[in-house]
Write a protein that binds this ligand. Structure first.
Ligand SMILES: Cc1cc2nc3c(=O)[nH]c(=O)nc-3n(C[C@H](O)[C@H](O)[C@H](O)COP(=O)(O)O)c2cc1C
Length: 175
C-alpha cells in the first residue's frame, strides 16, 4: 500500500545500520528522477547528483565521507547520491543574484531524495562530513563543483524510532 506523506515523514530516519540487501540501479534511477523535480531559487537547479553504485566507488566514497573516523557505518551503504553544488546560472536577462540560495536549494533536493527513497522502501542518511579532495577523486567532480552533502542509501531492519524534536511552541507560533 502506498505511504501517505505523514507515514513518510514519520518513518524516514537517519539510518546508521544498513543490512546486506542490494539496492537496484532502477531504484536509484527512480530516486534521481523524482529528486530532480525539487524546487530551487529562480529554478536555477544549481546541483548535480553523482549516483555511486559500484562496490569500488562506494568504498572510495564512504572513505571520503568518513572524516576523522566518523560515519564508519557508511561502509555498508549500498549506494550514495553525492550532491555537487554548482554556481547558479540564470536565464539571460535575469539579474537576480541567486548564488546565496544554493545551499537552500541543496537542502530541498536532499529532502526530496530522502523522502523519495523512503517512499520506495529505501533508508537513507544525509552526511555532511565531506573531505573535498577525496570526494572529488571518488566521483570525479567537475571544476566549479563542490560537495558538502551526500546521501547514503540502502535497506535497514532497524525499527522506526520516535522523533526527538523541539516542542511546538519552541518552533512555531500561530499569529
Ligand atoms: C545537513 C545534515 C548533515 C548530517 N550529517 C550527518 C553525518 O555526517 N552523520 C550522521 O550520522 N548523520 C548526519 N545527519 C543526520 C542527522 O543527525 C539526523 O537527521 C538528525 O539527528 C535527526 O534524526 P532523524 O533524521 O533520524 O530524524 C545529517 C543531517 C543533515 C540534515
Amino acid at each position: 500500500m502506498k505511504k501517505t506523506f505523514n507515514d513518510l515523514i514519520l518513518s524516514r530516519q537517519a539510518c546508521r545500520e544498513f543490512n546486506d540487501v542490494a539496492l537496484s540501479k532502477e531504484t536509484v534511477l527512480e530516486i534521481l528522477k523524482q529528486a530532480k523535480l525539487a524546487p530551487s531559487a529562480c529554478n536555477s537547479q544549481p546541483w548535480k547528483m553523482y549516483a555511486v553504485t559500484t562496490p569500488e566507488n562506494i568504498e572510495k566514497t564512504a572513505i571520503a565521507l568518513g572524516v576523522n573516523g566518523h560515519n564508519k557505518f557508511l561502509s555498508k551503504a549500498k549506494a550514495f547520491i553525492v550532491l555537487a553544488e554548482k554556481k547558479a546560472v540564470l536565464k539571460p536577462g535575469v539579474t537576480f543574484d541567486g548564488h546565496h540560495f544554493v545551499k537552500y536549494d541543496i537542502g530541498q533536493i536532499s529532502a526530496y531524495i530522502t523522502l523519495s527513497a523512503k517512499s520506495l522502501g529505501v533508508d537513507s542518511c544525509i552526511i555532511g562530513m565531506v573531505d573535498q579532495n577525496l570526494i572529488k577523486d571518488a566521483v570525479g567532480l567537475c571544476d566549479g563543483e563542490i560537495c558538502n552533502i551526500a546521501i547514503a542509501l540502502g535497506y535497514s531492519d532497524i525499527p522506526v524510532r520516535d522523533k526527538i524534536r523541539k516542542t511546538d511552541d519552541q518552533v512555531f507560533t500561530i499569529i
